[in-house]
Design a protein around this ligand. Structure first.
Ligand code: CA
Length: 230
């Protein structure tokens, strides 16, 4: 899993960024201040990419960037700059950032920039993610063309079902709440009922289970949610 540090003092923007990166297959580490960000980087030396907001209550994003670069040239850095501060781009790049994204940005734009930098950095530690496959026999999930096969036989999935499977296979053996699944797959701005999760799980079981009435892979965690049983 590719780890991304998200430094942003505004909770709603940080959550927005985290949600979209999670959907994009990244693991996120959050920080609300520059000081916290530097601490988190020390705790997680495997962070590969950092998103740094500029305007912060303590030391600003440029200073964080400078301090990171003083000892670390490997981590990719993207500055989150405000439109009104045109100079931010230049200053950010001068302090050692690799790229910048101007606020307000769309989820697609942000993910595209992160993907691009991540590709440029290359060399993922986990070959499972790197070659675009998650193998949990008898299942094989191909994250490049978003397909699932069981014993080498393709299982036809909708995009939503694929997203649910991806979440499961990224978290084998972990009990996931229905709300968590809803948020990951449908997004935080989804206004429908959590019941849509159950409906999709039911459909998914028909496709992946040997015996859908007695599920062995997608098990129910009573009063909570579901678990990919490995
Ligand atoms: Ca800010």
């Amino acid at each position: 899993m590719r780890k991304v540090l998200v430094l942003e003092d505004e909770d709603n923007i940080r959550s927005f960024v985290v949600l979209n990166l999670t959907r994009g297959g990244y693991e996120t580490i959050e920080a609300a201040s520059g000081e916290e960000a530097l601490e988190k980087l020390k705790q997680h030396p495997d962070i590969r990419l950092a998103l740094l907001d500029v305007m912060l209550p303590g030391i600003d994003g440029f200073e964080v960037c400078r301090r990171i670069r003083a000892s670390n040239n490997k981590v990719g850095i993207i500055m989150l700059t405000a439109r009104s501060q045109e100079m931010d781009k230049v200053t950010g790049l001068m302090t050692g950032a690799d790229d910048y994204v101007t606020k307000p940005f769309s989820p697609a734009e942000l993910t595209a920039r992160v993907d691009a930098l991540s590709r440029r950095l290359g060399g993922d530690e986990e070959p499972v993610v790197d070659n675009g496959e998650i193998s949990q026999p008898p299942f094989l999930l191909n994250t490049r063309n978003r397909t699932l096969s069981k014993n080498g036989k393709r299982i036809k999935l909708t995009q939503v079902e694929y997203s649910v499977m991806k979440l499961f296979m990224d978290n084998p053996g972990k009990a996931l709440s229905r709300e968590e699944i809803l948020e990951f797959v449908w997004g935080r701005d989804y206004y429908g009922e959590v019941k849509i999760v159950d409906v999709n799980i039911r459909r998914l079981r028909l496709k992946v289970e040997d015996d859908p009435t007695n599920p062995a892979y997608i098990t129910t965690v009573w009063g909570f949610g579901y678990k990919w049983g490995f």
